[in-house]
Design a protein around this ligand. Sequence first.
Ligand code: PFF
Length: 435
Amino acid sequence: MAAVGSAVGLGNIWRFPYEAGQNGGGAFLLVYLICVFILGIPTLMAEMTLGRMAKTNSVEAFRRMSSHPVFSRIGYLGVFSCLLILGFYTVVAGWTFQYMWESVSGGIEGMTSEQFSQSFVEFSSSPFQPIFWTVLMFLITHLIIIGGVQKGIERASKFMMPLLFVLLVVLCGNSLTLDGAREGLSFLFKPDFSAINSSVVLSAMGQAFFSLSLGAGVMITYASYFEKDVNLPRTVTTVSLLDTSVALLAGVVIFPAVFTFGIEPTQGPNLVFVTLPNIFAQLPWGSVWSFFFFLLLALASITSLISLHQVVTAYVEEEFRLSNRKSALVVSCLAAVLAVFASLSLGVMNDVQIAGMCLFDLLDYVTAKIMMPLGSLLLCVFMGWRLDKSELINEVTNHGTLRWRLAKVWVVALKYVIPILITLVFVNELGLFKL
Ligand code: PFF
């Protein structure tokens, strides 16, 4: 359930719809599903297998399994990715607090679609409010990491995560009754094959890794706490099924509304935060729905933030021999500084651009579209080529006590299919070679 908690979060509800909106809807969804299936699921299996074999943090896991000068260092890339993701993910997580606040203070009543959009842009580009919420998010994550409220959050997420799922299903029902339902669904589910190009493929691949929390060491770290008798194939199936269904549900909630309220599907990170208030505003008891939805979304983000923070903290703790509290403090402070700049980059610092992107967009792009696929590629090469095949199969089948018919196919995927496909996507996007 912790692995599901890490996987399900803003990636499904905020990032998936906006990436789908920007990349042609159905075309994106199709490539995304293929990526989850061919790249995501075997990589998730690889991370969990490595984690349980090595039983240690994600940097040490590679070191312990190989003394090779390059392979033993793959783990650092993941730690660095987690730190960078914390730098923008916490900002978006903070936005959910603003929406909870606006729901209780009556801010969503009687506004038009235009006004929702304007008020979001005003809010996200202002220098103080978003930073206040971001810092609050860091504080909560920090307290959980140093152990104070761990039990509480565990108990809370055990019933709140299923509740988020139920709420999404109910909102889907509502979205299907909207005027733009047909148009929205056909945008999401009817692939326009001519829209598939290298950047759609790169975006879909990045989204698959991001959504399943892959290539950053999170699943290695979590699986290091697994018992010997955990059924890995079943765990991997559960995590990926739940994660993908939440993304699909979010799409079905969002796109009918996008077309009903005349919202531009291609507007990027703003999309969900502009669309959802429109949905709540037309519901009876809209503010109540809105409050609960954003509360559950905040919780889903926190369970993902914990996993990101934990990877970096566990590393700092062991590498620099610091206490858990000190390491967590170092990580929170570093990431918070990054997040403050990421938030400011949407407003007062928007003219500071790197490679044509502000810091917020850059962090999102570099982690999801470069670092996580690269981390996954290296992991698969490591597992497929450096580790012994029979040892791998032994681990996934719990030393022969479980049958997993796909074990051999999985090893082939690690050795050849995944490394080749990820490389092709990279090379294609760089324009070095055109498929
Ligand atoms: N998978 C999370 C989500 O979809 O919201 C985000 C995430 C968590 C990405 C942990 C990467 C990671 F290492």
